[in-house]
Design a protein around this ligand. Structure first.
Ligand code: TYM
Length: 342
């Protein structure tokens, strides 16, 4: 008899899952929208985090590059404060149940739903403008993300705003599976930060800060020096008014700086605006807060980079622990589907 999924009455402790792609260097959007929140929630919930290397294969990569990129991203995420004693942290492709359940989730996800995904449309357009190859994986990617989340009976998914649509699709697919095959999956929900859910490019504040942008001038990387960070903030695009006020629609540049300052100092953007009268002061205050926020993370990242064996050891332990849980849920899925377990 395969046990049923846990229900709310089984205990109040949240189960948290989230992931990050190993593409490029960790940037301020990733930190404020996701990974710094992971480091907080690991103390309050059963938390599982993952470097999602399978997702990164949806666009072509030179052979062998993915492994090093995964190690680099794992190092940066650990440096942001993940404690493998407090959470499970592993690499997606080392737990085969992710790929298995992804297939099953594709069978309960509609072509029309996948076609509506904003991120797919953006990435498709970029691929069309590039080498023209749009992989089927780019299209079915949200089914893999649904599998990631559902494999751990997750209740909460801390992500930035751009992943909200994928978590909605996960909920729809899980509900569809449950109504076809019986109670199997816990229905998760996305959790967004107070500030920093959508960090925008400093040079183009109506676009999200993203590693796929052509120029680096509007992106703050974990690897940037304090001088580079200060320079990027000083050159941030604002507007021709002078009032420091949070208004995303009318003042995207100033509002972005306020969001960043708020997120870096644990306040709402409106609270962060108090006492700041001039754009120049806002830029300096934001740069200082970000430099201070990143300094200890950069120091830990440098230490960990000198000890890749330790990072790999921690990831291997994470794989073991994640596999135990994923195997139980996958058994439940096969049981509900009624496949022949000869
Ligand atoms: P990825 O790798 O693009 O981003 C990792 C996390 O960073 C957040 N983020 C941002 N938050 C605020 N402002 C920004 N400019 C910004 N840019 C990125 C993202 O919202 C995300 O939380 N599909 C996911 C990875 C994934 C996943 C999962 C996440 C795979 N499986 C399961 C949660 C649960 C992605 O590509 O994130």
């Amino acid at each position: 008899m395969v046990p049923s999924p846990p229900t709310a009455s089984d205990g109040a402790r949240a189960r948290v899952f989230s992931g990050i792609q190993p593409s490029g260097v960790l940037h301020l959007g990733n930190l404020l929208g996701a990974t710094l929140r992971w480091t907080e929630v690991q103390h309050q919930a059963d938390a599982i985090f993952c470097v999602v290397d399978l997702h990164a294969l949806t666009v072509p990569r030179p052979p062998g590059e993915i492994g090093q990129a995964t190690l680099d991203m794992a190092t940066d995420v650990l440096a942001s404060g993940l404690d493998p004693e407090q959470c499970i942290f592993f690499v997606q492709s080392t737990v085969p149940q992710h790929a298995e359940l992804a297939w099953v989730m594709q069978t309960v996800t509609a072509f029309g739903e996948l076609s509506r995904m904003t991120q797919f449309k953006e990435k498709r357009d970029r691929a069309e403008a590039g080498d023209g190859f749009i992989s089927a994986g780019l299209f079915t990617y949200p089914a893999l993300m649904a599998a990631d989340i559902l494999l751990y009976d997750t209740t909460e998914v801390p992500v930035g705003d751009d992943q909200g649509q994928h978590v909605e699709l996960t909920r729809d697919a899980a509900n569809r599976f449950n109504s076809r095959y019986g109670d199997t999956f816990v229905i998760p929900q996305a959790t967004l930060p107070l500030a920093g859910a959508r960090v925008m490019d400093l040079q183009a504040p109506t676009n999200k800060m993203s590693k796929s942008t052509d120029t680096d001038a509007g992106i703050i990387y974990l690897s940037d020096t304090p001088a580079a960070i200060t320079k990027k903030f000083k050159r941030a695009v604002t507007d021709s008014e002078t009032e420091v006020r949070y208004d995303r629609a009318a003042k995207p540049g100033v509002s972005n700086l306020l969001s960043i300052l708020g997120a870096a100092t644990g306040r709402t953007p409106a609270a962060a605006a108090e006492g700041i009268e001039r754009y120049g002061d806002l830029k300096v205050a934001t740069a200082e807060a970000v430099v201070e926020l990143l300094a200890p993370i950069q120091a830990r990242a440098a230490e960990l980079r000198d000890d890749p064996a330790e990072v790999r050891r921690q990831l291997a332990r994470g794989t073991e622990r994640a596999t135990e849980q994923a195997a139980d849920v996958m058994d439940r899925v096969w049981d509900r589907l009624g496949t022949l377990r000869a």
